[in-house]
Design a protein. Structure first.
Length: 94
């Protein structure tokens, strides 16, 4: 009977994780740095990159890297918070 309970909990956890993953696709995070704007979703997928025409060509790579890192860091925090909520509901939070 204990195994059945664990199996049900695992199924519920998988179902909740899929639900959160769907939600993460719909959460967009924007970061901007010196004329370069990046939008990513909370699954850490790039949605868009916009570069202001006034950004010097020699700095595009540097600015893009900086803004990508900022956006991805924010996305990681949001995803982690969402998953902690699921884990907490299941009694698995640390």
């Amino acid at each position: 009977m204990i195994m059945l309970g664990k199996a049900k909990n695992m199924y519920r956890l998988q179902k909740e994780a899929k639900k959160v993953k769907k939600e993460l696709k719909n959460i967009h995070i924007e970061a901007e740095h010196k004329g370069v704007t990046v939008v990513v979703d909370a699954e850490q997928k790039v949605v868009s990159v916009t570069i202001n025409p006034e950004v010097p060509r020699e700095h595009i790579g540097e600015y893009t890297k900086e803004v990508m890192n900022r956006a991805m860091s924010k996305a990681q925090v949001i995803a982690s918070e969402k998953m902690q909520g699921v884990m907490g509901e299941m009694g698995l939070a640390s």
